[in-house]
Design a protein around this ligand. Structure first.
Ligand SMILES: [Zn+2]
Length: 406
């Protein structure tokens, strides 16, 4: 690396360590920010010489990144941004901290994907899904798909691993020369009823979909979930034993295996590593307190709420909603979620925007009880399982109450 990059990298590591020592989070954002101030090309310099995979999409990227890093780990040390700092400052900090590694698997915020592709010249890019998120600031789904499509067109050498079940992702990746399609399923369809190519309606039947007016249709996937395993491109089925709940995580495992295969990892070598992942920055963590077995599920937008309802057991369920900066200020997305799957279980609500949630649940005919604090929620439920579903900062608040469980 050039001298300037070495200095920047070292200062970045020190700043991150100081920030951690001061108890101000994991320090990856400030460390990366300072490093990039000293050397604006620092990310490019740190990426040079590594085989890199990027993971992007609206939902599932933190978990998929963790699973993929475990799978690629078959080949040697892997740098990764495991704390969910998924913008260039976080990538810079993660690579500076890891030192020299042959591989890196990085989670990338969907808005930043074009820039990070430019800076890191990845070998693989995994595209998970696109759906509405943070209504007050995020791009429209179709605009995001267009941005990805343009970025991939400028980098024809990239090996793309993309979700065949999401029409927006398929359209974004359709013209990339090297694409492997995976089928991870998609419960949320409300952002892909209109074809991004021709504007015609998209029809669905079972798992299949097609545009009624042009060539866009679901490609045949090379990787897919079948029962509790994954079928690889050779037709071999691999049993997947995960500690993470839900069918959505089987899909994330299929994606991780497909990504690792682009580096030459055979699924048979990687599957046992996937089962070592127990929770991801508090997501899916289980904690016992006062006789309650509490499980934390993060749900940030309509598509991820649907997945959370699928994962949650039929047990008392606490919902918590905030609308701070990282959550987005607009809570009108609550009306895009069908909360009816919660009928029949005791529902508690809390968080700074609990009253928005209260109105929504009333409209949706779901009985609930409001609690002011997490402790009150625990006191209001019988011994046994308590499911917690919360959006981003509400999730972090509850995680802090549980001593920052990982
Ligand atoms: Zn069309």
């Amino acid at each position: 690396m050039p001298i300037r990059a070495k200095v920047a990298s070292s200062v970045s590591r020190t700043a991150a360590a100081l920030s951690r020592a001061a108890g101000r989070g994991d320090g990856s954002v400030i460390g990366g920010w300072i490093g990039l101030k000293i050397d604006p090309d620092l990310l490019r310099n740190l990426a040079h010489g590594r085989a890199i995979a990027l993971v992007s999409g609206t939902n599932g990227k933190t978990t998929t990144t963790r699973l993929a890093a475990a799978a690629v780990g078959v080949l040697g040390p892997v740098a990764t941004n495991s704390f969910g700092a998924n913008m260039p400052t976080g990538h810079t900090s993660a690579l500076a901290k890891a030192g020299t590694t042959p591989y890196a698997v990085l989670e990338v915020d969907e808005h930043y994907l074009p820039r990070v592709i430019e800076d890191t010249t990845p070998h693989v890019v995994a595209l998970l899904n696109l759906s509405r998120d943070q209504l007050d600031r995020a791009k429209e789904v179709a605009m995001m798909a267009q941005m990805w499509r343009t970025a991939l067109a400028a980098h024809p050498d990239v090996h793309v691993v993309a979700n065949a079940d999401d029409p927006m992702v398929v359209w974004a990746a359709a013209h990339a020369p090297h694409v492997r399609w995976f089928s991870a399923g998609q419960r949320w369809h409300d952002d892909s009823w209109v074809c991004p190519e021709s504007g015609d309606p998209i029809e669905r039947s079972g798992g299949d979909w097609w545009c009624t007016g042009c060539w866009l249709r679901r490609p045949a996937p090379q990787w897919q979930v079948e029962d509790d395993g994954v079928v690889d491109p050779g037709g071999d089925w691999h049993l997947i034993k995960l500690q993470l709940p839900g069918r959505v995580n089987l899909g994330n495992a299929a994606t991780a295996l497909a990504l690792a295969a682009e580096f030459g990892v055979r699924p048979i070598e990687a599957v046992s590593r996937l089962s070592t992942v127990a929770s991801v920055a508090g997501r899916y963590a289980q904690v016992e307190r006062d006789g309650r077995l509490i499980r934390l599920l993060l749900a940030k937008n309509p598509a991820s709420w649907l997945e959370a309802f699928d994962m949650a057991e039929l047990a008392p369920t606490l919902l918590s909603i905030n609308a701070r900066d990282p959550d987005g200020f607009d809570t009108s997305w609550l009306y895009d979620v069908d909360f009816s799957p919660l009928r029949g279980r005791p529902v508690l609500i809390t968080g700074e925007r609990a009253y928005d949630l209260a109105v929504r649940l009333e409209v949706n005919d779901v009985p609930f009880r409001h609690v002011r604090t997490f402790d009150e929620a625990i006191a209001s439920t019988p011994a046994g399982r308590l499911e917690v579903i919360a959006n981003y900062t509400a999730f972090q608040d509850i995680r802090a109450e549980l001593n920052r469980v990982n």
